[in-house]
Design a protein around this ligand. Sequence first.
Ligand code: PEP
Ligand code: MN
Length: 281
Amino acid sequence: MSLIEGARTNVNFLEGETLGPRTRTFELAPGLTVGGQRLVIFAGPCAVESEEQVQAAARGVKAAGAHVLRGGAFKPRTSPHTFQGLGPEGLVLLRDAGREAGLPTITEVLSPNDVDLVADYADILQIGTRSMHNIPLLHAAGECDRPVLLKRGFMATVEEWLAAAEHVMSRGNTRVVLCERGIRTFETGTRFTLDLNAVALAHQLSDLPVIVDPSHGTGHAELVLPAARAGIAVGGDGLLVEVHPNPAAALSDGYQSLSLEAFQALMHAVRRVAIAVDRTL
Ligand code: PEP
Ligand code: MN
């Protein structure tokens, strides 16, 4: 039975007897559980740019209380004329920065052929919004022993997103974390529209943890903190936040990246919301 069918038979929406199936919990890395009372915060630069940049980001986000260091080595940029990531060199720099800071790492894998390589360097695989429909990639990640963070396609329904998660799980890997990162709407004032409904709905329809990406979901650094607070209030099991030691000099997504100081402020604000919804950071 699929996740969606299973959830529909378990949940009685009309009588409101339950808020949906319990979220499953599992380890993302030794000692780090997702889906439980404790929120998981993934933070770091959009792209790994240099040793100095990723080390500074790692130290800063660790000091502010983040749990996982993020950073792209293979970047799926919309334009071919922009920075495409450092590739394998970026994987090494991210791994080393994570080790020095004492943080597990997450990075995007773009191709099924790269799953084993990325899994050699990173603790968690990220499948990006543009790859959510790449069935061979979903299957390759499903054969890997690393947890997978699956971003929602920016034109995908919640049902399609959950079906993509099932593609990963169909190959044996059940450690899948869903990530709402904003969808395309008619609104142009923000880069994407962070779909908070989807966070609640995904929790209703499946037992997978759901985290929220307020960085891509808004596209503006000054909107990231309020969207992060909302993402936790609506039931998100954590956040994925872009943080750069010098956002103005970032090679990708600088306009939506938080400085280390702004990230500290976000953590402080989110901690207060977490308490209000019986979660901890
Ligand atoms: C990212 O996390 O930097 C990224 C490319 O995300 P998305 O796939 O959501 O655009
Ligand atoms: Mn980005």
